[in-house]
Design a protein around this ligand. Sequence first.
Ligand code: GLU
Length: 285
Amino acid sequence: MSIVTRFAPSPTGFLHLGHVASALVGWRCARAAGGRFLLRIEDIDPTRCRPEFAAAIEEDLAWAGLSWDGPVRAQSAHLPAYRAVLTTLAERGLLYPCFCTRAEIQREVREAASAPHAPDGSLRYPGTCRALTPADRRHRLAAGAPHVLRLDMAAALRAAATPLWFDDLRHGRVLCAPERFGDVVLARRDAPASYHLCVTHDDAVQDVTLVTRGDDLLAATDVHRVLQAVMGWPAPRYLHHPLLTDAEGRRLAKRDQALSVRALRAMGVGAEEVRRRATLAIPCG
Ligand code: GLU
């Protein structure tokens, strides 16, 4: 089976060395196996993403010598596909509208006995709106009440009907515990679909066989496996890599603008040197 990897940045800032490190892992694994390396722009969040950053990412990647195969996929061009997944999940009773405000959720979380936070640091929603009656839901929706759409995690796990795990080239076989995330948001008030939904949908339709990304997204893969299981999408293999750190061992962040590819270029650092500084010594399997 031919290997397909991808780099899937969100255009919320300029490409920095940490991104190049991540892109390099996917690029190297694809090129070493004679496979394909795809570029996907995850621009689903209109409040944080900007087209000029998407253009800059493409330009900086090309400058760094990280060529990708085929056209770039921009998630914002595929909203009907994400809506179709939401409709399927809703028809199967795995999705429900949540009308809680952030302040209400904070209060509900304080009062609930369960863990307050999901592994990604977000508040773990205690499921208040899951208990609304169908009539109440209809009434609020008809009145145009602002809401998000949440996955009913317990129902989804029942629908998956199998223990979930994934194979990671560094972490080995990882058993999933997606209930740690609670009922995750799959569509927001200000964004038509969530990261979890779009990333799993796109990895499936783009036939990605090896998902390479940072260890910061390792836990999120548990949620992705649930969506793959209920939607009947294939489970890719994963390679979650360590995050590139600075000399003091701190994780590079977008605010370290001095480490953006733009800034390094302006300082006269060449593409080969940028790749060298961004190289993580991890095998592709
Ligand atoms: N778009 C995500 C990010 O920039 C990465 C998605 C992924 O690689 O799964 O953090």
